[in-house]
Design a protein around this ligand. Structure first.
Ligand SMILES: *Cc1c(COP(=O)(O)O)cnc(C)c1O
Length: 452
């Protein structure tokens, strides 16, 4: 290795996720030393608004006294005991509350520790379910184009983002893509949104019909595909998938890892279309953004297919060391309590924030290099484009989104983009003044990087 190259290797031994390590030169990334409410504080005491909720996880703000107290109290009892063969009160109570809150019929809760594992579990449950029903030919998964379900191999197999996933093609199992109903960039040429929507509905129906005999499930991020660039599905699309999966005998797996726990303005995004999936994956915001926990919810129909004598080998053979960790479960219970006591999603509490967020988005949408502003509730982003009329993107290597995130730091805002989509996803606890700060910082940064 040449001297010039070794010089670029950071001294800090951490290999960071989703990061080109040669980029850091000698410096590590900005280190966060503390937090307070919706603000992150670095070692020098600089304060930044947490504009992406610490990767879409934080809900009620950092160091919320109710969650802090719940975790501290649990530390005085036990930090971890296994759920393989043992149980604990917090895990049971949380499962009871999740089943109560979830769309109708999701009565069973299987814990794990990340969104990706929640998806792995759902896909293995769906697969084994059809085997147990004697439908051995039902092995194929249908997924959305540009889907993101996590970075483990099963979850990547259900993903559709070539940028992250293509390299691992040889390791993945086959699946069938349903085109993402993305109205900003659709392949149908010059037609109205209504026509494009209809074409997408027809395409998905045809694909599901074609593969129904061999397929075990359709997997979808309901209402909004987050990592794909905050793509909002046209109204009725989720219900359309639910009707088609019912009609053709497929399971519907809803990955609510990103959209769950209030992000879109409802506790679960499925509620917008009154859809009850067969399996539902939860992660990210489940503990209020405090600790790693995830859950896969299943219907009684699926759960009961796995019941039998031990020797029949119907058992779901899956588990993780930290499955249902007690500290994480009490954090999750405290988060649900805050939803009740602070009435986080009540119209008089959430409504004004959603209105301010909408106004902020409208302001950004008027900037000359913002091609599209897409959001639902407090979850969304704006897409930067070189040419607003044609929608022509910036060259990939220019990394405009990344530059905007760096520029926003100067205005006391931490952002993390998805390519050229500047994500704006504050904690639900954000105040109106903090929203103003977020959009002001984002606007200044976008103007600095793209020109006004
Ligand atoms: C983040 C995300 C995942 C993966 O969750 P991890 O906890 O990062 O493994 C899965 N699905 C969706 C929709 C996500 O946004």
């Amino acid at each position: 290795m040449t001297a010039a190259k070794t010089k670029n290797i950071p001294r800090d031994p951490v290999w960071y996720p989703f990061t080109q390590m040669a980029e850091f030169l000698e410096a590590s990334p900005l280190a966060i030393a503390a937090a307070e409410g919706c603000w992150l504080i670095d070692a020098a005491g600089n304060r930044y608004l947490d504009g992406v909720s610490s990767l879409w996880a934080n809900v009620h703000g950092h160091r919320h006294p109710v969650i802090d107290a719940a975790v501290r109290a649990q530390l005085d009892r036990v930090a971890h005991s296994t759920m393989l063969g043992l149980s604990h009160a917090g895990g049971i109570e949380l499962a009871r509350q999740l089943a109560e809150l979830a769309p109708a019929g999701l009565s069973r809760v299987f814990y794990s520790d990340s969104g990706a594992t929640a998806v792995e579990i759902a896909l293995k449950m769906a697969y084994q379910y059809w085997q147990l029903k004697g439908e051995h030919q039902k092995r194929l998964f249908l997924k959305m184009g540009e889907a993101y379900h996590g970075d483990t191999i099963g979850a990547v197999s259900l993903g559709g983002m070539d940028l992250f996933h293509e390299r691992f093609g040889g390791l993945l199992f086959d699946s069938i893509k349903i085109p993402t109903p993305h109205l900003y960039r659709h392949p149908f040429g010059n037609c109205s949104e209504a026509e494009a929507t209809q074409r997408f509905f027809d395409q998905s129906a045809a694909i599901i019909r074609q593969h129904a005999g061999q397929a075990c499930a359709v997997v979808v991020e309901p209402i909004m595909q987050g990592a794909a660039g905050m793509i909002v599905h046209p109204e009725g699309f989720l219900r359309h998938l639910r009707e088609l999966t019912r009609e053709h005998g497929l399971l519907l797996i809803a990955d609510e890892v990103a959209v769950g726990f209030g992000r879109t303005g409802r506790m679960f995004a499925c509620e917008w279309e009154e859809v009850a999936p067969d399996l539902m994956c939860l992660g990210k915001g489940i503990t209020g953004g405090y600790l790693p926990l995830a859950a896969t919810l299943a219907t009684e129909e699926i759960f009961s297919a796995f019941l039998g004598e031990f020797a029949e080998l119907k058992t779901f053979f899956h588990g993780h060391t930290y499955t249902g960790n007690p500290l994480a479960c009490v954090a999750a219970l405290a988060s649900l309590e805050i939803f009740r006591t602070e009435r986080t999603l009540a119209p008089d509490v959430f409504g004004p924030k959603a209105a301010a967020y909408t106004a902020g988005m409208a302001r950004l949408a008027r900037l000359p290099h913002v091609g599209s502003a897409r959001f639902r509730g407090l979850m969304g982003g704006v897409e930067l484009v070189r040419n607003r009329e044609s929608g022509e993107p910036y060259p990939f290597a220019e990394r405009r989104g990344h530059q905007v995130a760096l520029a926003a730091r100067k205005h006391g805002v931490l952002l993390r983009p998805l390519g050229d989509v500047v994500v704006l996803l504050p904690p639900l606890a954000v105040s109106l003044a903090e929203l103003e700060h977020l959009f002001y910082g984002a606007e200044k940064a976008i103007v600095a990087v793209t020109g006004s």
